[in-house]
Design a protein around this ligand. Structure first.
Ligand code: G3P
Length: 216
């Protein structure tokens, strides 16, 4: 499963890239609003830092406007993936972009039918929002399973990108269900490497080594 990082923070992306596990980046207007500077400049910097796909979202709500913005965003760098909302206009834009081989990410997906429509429109990635569904007492992970099953059933080429991840165990569950990618916020990415038994085990090894390291 690919690991994307869900942030527009260049510092966080740099740190994650150093781990060697970073396959791509997803941004959205809310994430970009947390950073200093012009959004397109931030995207340019991110796209230079990471070789993999960098999702950048359109803000137009009509398909003609989305297509205009898509071309501007693609002008920033070759690895920009155009993020389009799951609306009827979004589907129209996805169809055109897919015919032009422009990589896309259909965002704000909250049920399996939306995911099926996005795939039929030719989206490269489809992003079901796990955490936001869990927030309203729905089952985000069940949706990931449904999307994976539907894409398998019909040989659809879109990749399921588990988004709105809040907890490390959601990454594990998404991988078990066969999601192609998960986009992970930086704190969760750090948590993934942690286990209390790793910490206590390491402390014990170091303490025991200290007892014998000066033996002749
Ligand atoms: O990239 C979109 C998605 O991951 C947003 O997550 O935490 O705002 O629901 P969140």
């Amino acid at each position: 499963m690919k690991f994307f990082i869900d942030t527009a923070s260049v510092a966080e992306i740099q740190q994650a890239a150093e781990l060697g596990l970073l396959d791509g980046v997803t941004t959205n207007p809310s994430l970009l609003s947390k950073e200093q500077g012009a959004p397109r400049e931030i995207l340019r910097e991110i796209a230079k830092l990471v070789a993999g796909p960098v999702s950048a979202e359109v803000t137009a709500t009509d398909s003609a406007g989305m297509l205009r913005e898509a071309r501007e965003l693609r002008g920033i760098a070759d690895n920009i993936v155009v993020k389009v909302p799951m609306t009827l206009d979004g589907l129209r834009a996805l169809r055109v972009l897919s015919a032009e081989n422009v990589p896309t990410n259909c965002t704000l997906v909250f049920n399996a039918t939306q995911a099926l429509m996005a795939a039929k429109a030719g989206a490269t990635y489809v992003s079901p929002f796990v955490g936001r569904l869990d927030d309203i007492s729905a089952d985000g992970m069940q949706l990931i399973g449904q999307c994976c099953a539907i894409y398998r059933n019909y040989g659809l080429e879109s990749q399921v990108l588990a988004a709105s991840i809040r907890l490390p165990q959601q990454v594990t569950q998404a991988a078990l269900l066969g999601a192609h990618a998960a986009t992970i916020p930086p704190p969760v990415l750090r948590q993934l490497a942690n286990h209390p038994l790793t910490d206590s085990g390491l402390a014990k090894f170091l303490a025991d080594w200290e007892k014998i390291e000066n033996r002749m």
